[in-house]
Design a protein around this ligand. Sequence first.
Ligand code: 5GP
Length: 190
Amino acid sequence: MTAGKLIIISAPSGSGKSTIINEVIKDESLKLEFSISATTRPPRRGETDGVNYYFMTPDEFKAAIAADEFAEYQEVYEGRFYGTLKREIERINEEGKNVVLDIDVLGGINVKKMYGNHALAIFIKPPSIDILRHRLLSRGTDSIEEIERRVSKAEFELGYADQYDQQVVNDVLRVAIDETHDIIRDFVNQ
Ligand code: 5GP
């Protein structure tokens, strides 16, 4: 098995992406490790710097862009920047592991272009926009305005799904986990 591959996972917020990937990552034989992104958005309750994200001020983020420290970055929401640090990918590769990137569609498509067959891009879809809205509401972590922003973003993101190598519909969670697991296992064992 070759380590050092990249697995890109993109999905509209609330598609169950984190739950799915957190389950698959438990399979130690796949040697998967999350790339921790940098972001200018404030931490949510329970989030820790250096664990969920490297939380940066806008000035720190700009300085990292200027110093060419990002493999990719995007303004995912207005005024909210997210980026993959080159040193994070290097750190995981040096550990002999495969990198999991949980990044937005534009970042995902860019990384896929950069890494070609070395990267696998998976898009996780909600069964519908209505179901997505309900899931975001029941998660209870964001305001109504934030949820509506995420729903319109989701509609935009779904338009890019067919540019991904694989698409998984998260209707029944267990099925989506197994499907994603199979896709990733096939790729890392190639
Ligand atoms: P959240 O604020 O819910 O943690 O993340 C919002 C979005 O930012 C998600 O769609 C996530 O995939 C995306 N994101 C997180 N990190 C990165 C990154 O490093 N680069 C890009 N392009 N998107 C990211």
